[in-house]
Design a protein. Structure first.
Length: 125
């Protein structure tokens, strides 16, 4: 698991307007650019969720009564940090634009075209 704190340092958590033509120039297609960024955002989202759950498991208390609520300042600080973090889509976009994101497209097998001979039907009357 990577440390997310290093990834989010210096990243503005606010959404900015971007030049679409500049973004699409890396892949040659805007759809492919959005696809790459969205897949990376999903990966980051899953990593963040795993990391947060791992950190919060330390504070889990198994009790049968709901009445007992324990307040832990460290747990609150961890939760606040993750709430203030930039959206995974913003992180993925920053990685893509700074060229820190490695991607490749799967090779689509090209099927040989089978020549079809079309013959003209003759009517014998």
């Amino acid at each position: 698991m990577s440390d997310i704190k290093n990834k989010v340092q210096g990243v503005d958590p606010n959404v900015k307007a971007r030049d679409i033509k500049n973004m699409a120039s890396a892949t040659g297609n805007l759809y492919e650019t959005v696809s790459v960024i969205s897949r990376r955002a999903n990966q980051l989202n899953m990593d963040i969720k795993k990391e947060l759950h791992f950190k919060l498991e330390e504070f889990a208390i198994n009790s049968d009564t709901i009445e007992e609520v324990h307040e832990n300042k460290e747990q609150i600080e961890i939760s606040k940090f993750y709430e203030k973090m930039p959206n995974p889509a913003i992180l993925a976009t920053e990685e893509f634009l700074s060229k820190n994101l490695k991607y490749r497209f799967a090779e689509v097998p090209v099927h040989e075209e089978i020549p079809i001979a079309i013959t003209e039907a003759t009517n014998k009357a």
